[in-house]
Design a protein around this ligand. Sequence first.
Ligand code: ZN
Ligand code: ZN
Length: 276
Amino acid sequence: MAANELYEIYALRYAERVNRTRGENFKVTDDHDAPMPIDYFIWVVRNDARTIVVDTGFGLEEARKRERNLLQTPEQALASIGVELSTVEDVVITHLHYDHAGTMPDFSRARFHLQCSEMAFATGPAMLDEHERWAFSADHVCDMVRLLYDGRVVFHDEDADIAPGITLHRLPGHTDGLQAVRVPTRRGAVLLASDASHFYENFMRRSPFPICYSEADTLRSYDRLEELADSEDHIIPGHDPLVRALYAAPSSELQGWVCRLDEAPSRSVAAMGFRP
Ligand SMILES: [Zn+2]
Ligand SMILES: [Zn+2]
């Protein structure tokens, strides 16, 4: 593959929830009460030719409503690596949950890549169920509808190419239209799994996260994400604080805030005993 079709990938941490237990992260687990904090990320894929933002996080108002600890706004997180909102042309929304699809109107020029099935899911009968509806914000879903009426939504059905080498893959289960992003890098194909697997342990133990629209689809999507990435060290879970421990920051000031996912991890997750 030509060098200009390889990309850098950045994980930007913008929020956290420290007082959280394993029971909130796994449907079935051996020790439900043990602490297990969660990180919130957005991601940036870029090379000399293009910059693609993956997910838009949530802003202050949503953080207040849900009592989440917002460490920086997505706008500040992007600015820390030199990405200005008004210059972004392509945003991938992995799914429409509140922590992935807030702040979209701040991207004044961007088109938004979304699975058809995610729009149908977020605006259809599944939302009559309180448990399914909980992780969506009606305001964010309305933002997406407004973007649609502005002609700024690019709909995808299953797998899609969005830029040289970059592909989207529908991996349903957590929501109906969740999509992962596969990116060619110097170390091979890296898969931004987003909430197809919140933690390494979800897919490695085949133990779904409790927000699970379809358990059968979730388990099939674990198989699919392993097929799509070059190894388990090329799969990036959506919320795992371990990502910060494994991947280096681009500079000492950004330690704990930003990691480079196109560079090899300091250790392999294969050796961590997550596989049963
Ligand atoms: Zn989610
Ligand atoms: Zn999430």
